[in-house]
Ligand binder design. Structure first.
Ligand SMILES: [Zn+2]
Length: 227
């Protein structure tokens, strides 16, 4: 944990190294040799439930699935065990779509996986079309440390540059956050109501950069947990 002073120094050094590398060149850092942590990546929505849709028809469910798969590749490359709540655009539950049943299925997958961390990926939409950026939501104190770390990495790598502002983490009363038996966050990866965010999110290179940013925050958290 980062609460011990020695661990704080270790965490600070790691953050400094990875922040520098994040800006300069892609980093390949592996946690192989440590106890492999299991990460559940939840791509929000799917099937008939496409989530929010942009004016030009870009669907949240499609974009977050692509980010989830790329994040999974980064994590597996770094030695983590990865469980995706969905691997394609089908609904998690067959038959008539019922949101409550869909969410229960996701929580069932999480509880079965017994993960160390849950990252649920979504996209935002807002009436003010100038609003853009990446924001992290958490549900309880167990999740606050990772939420803060992820938001800091995403502020550095995206919000300060693209949106010209930093976001703070927000507490949210969401079923998946409340029911997860480990730290869990929802990352709203951008606003489909904003033209620049929408354009970026439809580009493979940007989604990779975003997945890499989330991966790096997980990596930093992982080192902090074990230090
Ligand atoms: Zn959503």
């Amino acid at each position: 944990m980062c609460i011990k002073s020695r661990s704080r120094v270790f965490c600070a050094l790691l953050i400094a190294v990875i922040f520098v590398a994040f800006v300069a060149v892609p980093v390949v850092v592996s946690v192989s040799g440590r106890d492999a942590k299991t990460i559940v990546i939840d791509a929000g929505h799917g099937g008939m439930d496409s989530g929010v849709t942009s004016a030009s028809g870009v669907k949240e469910s499609d974009i977050v699935l692509l980010i989830a798969k790329t994040l999974g590749e980064y994590l597996e490359g770094g030695g983590f065990k990865v469980v995706l709540t969905r691997k394609n655009n089908s609904a998690l539950v067959g038959g008539r779509f019922i949101k409550k049943t869909d969410m229960q299925k996701r929580v069932d997958i999480i509880k079965k996986a017994q993960p160390h961390l849950v990252v649920s990926l979504h996209l935002n939409s807002f009436s003010d079309r100038d609003r853009r950026g990446v924001q992290v939501f958490f549900g309880n104190d167990l999740s606050r440390e990772f939420a803060l770390l992820a938001q800091r990495v995403l502020n550095e790598g995206f919000n300060a540059i693209d949106a010209g502002r930093n976001f703070s983490i927000l507490k949210a009363d969401k079923y998946i956050l409340n029911e997860s038996p480990c730290p869990a966050v929802i990352i709203e990866c951008g606003f489909l109501s904003n033209a620049e965010d929408e354009k970026n999110l439809t580009e493979d290179s940007y989604r990779h950069r975003l997945a890499e940013g989330i991966y790096k925050s997980i990596l930093l958290w992982s080192f902090g947990e074990g230090a």
